[in-house]
Design a protein around this ligand. Structure first.
Ligand code: DGL
Length: 271
């Protein structure tokens, strides 16, 4: 039994959907979640800054004694995959988890990836999917309006502004006949209904957050690391009141989790 916590981080609330899925699958695990709300959103930032932030967020998780660290953030996992892989504590991200899930599909239909601008620009999801799913076309679309809409609470499937944005970003993928759509940003699971409504029931939506939970469970089991008392501790670099108000919504619970604030770190570009 290893009751050290699992360290999970994201720019903000999207990562809590991964925490929620993990708690459903492994309720006994202790989790420390770092929400870098003070620096969100990440999706429009330059790669050098994102790489610095990956180092910093890993250090926050490691300082909590994490046995495993998980970047529940498509933007950091795609721009800093090498930094995660080289870290002295085992560290993974949604890129690893989502690609492993899609590689299991038998389908040969084209794969669509939607994510932040920085994720799509990195090309990391496209390369990893092409390597893991030979013979399948991969088409990626950056959807910069989604995170602000989601953080602003516009997540209902019939929200007119959200529906217009979904159609705008997804039309080219629909025209290419994608059979699987990877939600490569952990915020997007919150608008899965609107995405599914537009694409129709024959397209499989793969939510990177849900893949994270299964991936973490498998890793812990394979390495004899399961154990804990089911605690959740949150750290936010943003406003405590806002985090405590919104976190229960993303976690699917009525009470705010135990939360502390941490200072916003300077995000100078990696040299
Ligand atoms: N949820 C994160 C991701 O998966 C970051 C979104 C953002 O901060 O722009 O990419």
């Amino acid at each position: 039994m290893d009751d050290r916590p699992i360290g999970i981080f994201d720019s903000g609330f999207g990562g809590l959907t991964a925490v929620r899925a993990l708690r459903a699958l492994c309720p006994e695990e202790n989790i420390v979640f770092f929400a870098d709300n003070g620096r969100a959103p990440y999706g429009g930032r330059p790669r050098g800054q994102l790489r610095t932030m990956a180092h910093q967020n890993l250090a926050v998780a490691a300082s909590c004694g994490a046995k495993l660290i998980f970047a529940a953030c498509g933007t950091l996992s795609s721009n800093a995959a090498d930094i995660l892989a080289a870290y002295p504590v085992p560290a993974f991200g949604v890129l690893d988890a989502a690609v492993a899930e899609i590689a299991r599909e038998k389908s040969k239909a084209p794969i669509g990836v939607i994510a932040t601008e920085a994720t799509v620009r990195s090309g990391a999801f496209q390369r990893a999917l092409q390597a893991a799913c030979p013979g399948r076309e991969v088409h990626a679309a950056a959807c910069p309006a989604f995170v602000p809409l989601i953080e602003g609470g516009r997540v209902e499937r019939d929200d007119p502004k959200l529906r217009r944005a979904v159609e705008y970003y997804l039309q080219p993928l629909k025209e290419r006949g994608v059979g699987t759509l990877l939600l490569g940003c952990t915020h997007y699971g919150l608008i899965a209904e609107a995405l599914g409504d537009y694409l129709g029931g024959s397209v499989r939506l793969v939510d990177a957050s849900c893949c994270a939970a299964a991936f973490i469970k498998d890793y812990l089991e394979e390495n004899g690391l399961r154990g804990g008392a089911g605690t959740l501790r949150c750290l936010t670099s943003g406003e405590l009141e806002r985090f405590e108000r919104l976190a229960p919504l993303f976690l699917g619970q009525s009470e705010p989790p135990q939360t502390e604030t941490v200072p916003v770190m300077p995000a100078e570009e990696e040299a």
